[in-house]
Design a protein around this ligand. Sequence first.
Ligand code: AHR
Length: 351
Amino acid sequence: MKMRKMLAVIMAAVVSLSIGACGADSSGSGSSNAAPSGTAAASNNSEKKIVLGFAQVGAESGWRTANTTSIQESAKGAGIDLKFSDAQQKQENQISAIRSYIAQKVDVIAFSPVVETGWDAVLQEAKDAGIPVVLTDRAVKMEGGKKAEDYYVTFLGSDFRLEGERAAQYLLDNASKLFPGKKEISIYELEGTVGSAPAIDRKEGFDKKIVTSTDVKFNIVKSQSGNFTRAEGQQVAESWLKSDADKMDVLFCHNDDMGLGAIQAIEAAGKKPGKDIIIVGIDGVKGAFEAMAAGKYNCSVECNPLIGPQLMDIVRKIMDGKTADIPKRIESEEGVFTQEQAAAELPNRKY
Ligand code: AHR
């Protein structure tokens, strides 16, 4: 009888120990050694793939398409489960995509904010849910003195202000060759999406730099948004050309797609793009290189969209618990390309 009682006690102890062990394994939180979500344990567990929710701006330009492909291909290569959404350039769509990633409890959220402001609530929600956020390509600004950096791990992208300055520098350096004998140059500025970081920063960089010219005077005669698309770039250029075809010396475009759209408008107005009207754009897309090689476009300042591999490295680091090692800002190296370099560079262009 005594023996039977002892056996029963031993059996009960074994059962309760094994239940405890199972609980710790499956939940990952039953033991004090268990890693919190978003640490090395999650990424090293071969059964559980890292889940990245990415809210893309849209498909407005060649640059954006290259950016999307880079992110999708690198996620595949890195074995990361990518949930991808295209917001069609609408902030409300991006906000709902981010909210759905929060509801799905993804491991990391990354997004390229269509405009700079209006993210306070959703970034707070991601923070409250303990989901790390990475900003790619475009930055955000918060209201009420809040520091945006407190709401994301890192920003991965380009220095848009510098890109605007580089575009202006090209004109300053080449003024005598491009506009022989002219002392006053009229610039028409095709801006990107209203309220977006690249439109704000490129304008600021360009406008401030271009007025530093000492010998020739550059005047920005008209500025209007073409929303970063070819079609809208063409439309705005068409409307300017109706009245100002003979005044327009330079078209500065916040991206190449708008510049490529404007080429059609310039030709339709009976002018020679790249000669009668100098075109300077930003991005460095293949189409701009082809137009430069054909003498129809003058300069493209590079903006690198191929940031997928870097994003996947960042996601892995976060999941490995190395967030503290990630710099708050990671910028891409970029160049400036002119007509003279275009033909030789064309075969090397990846987007
Ligand atoms: O945010 C980057 C900008 O967005 C690119 O210059 C433009 O082409 C894109 O649409």
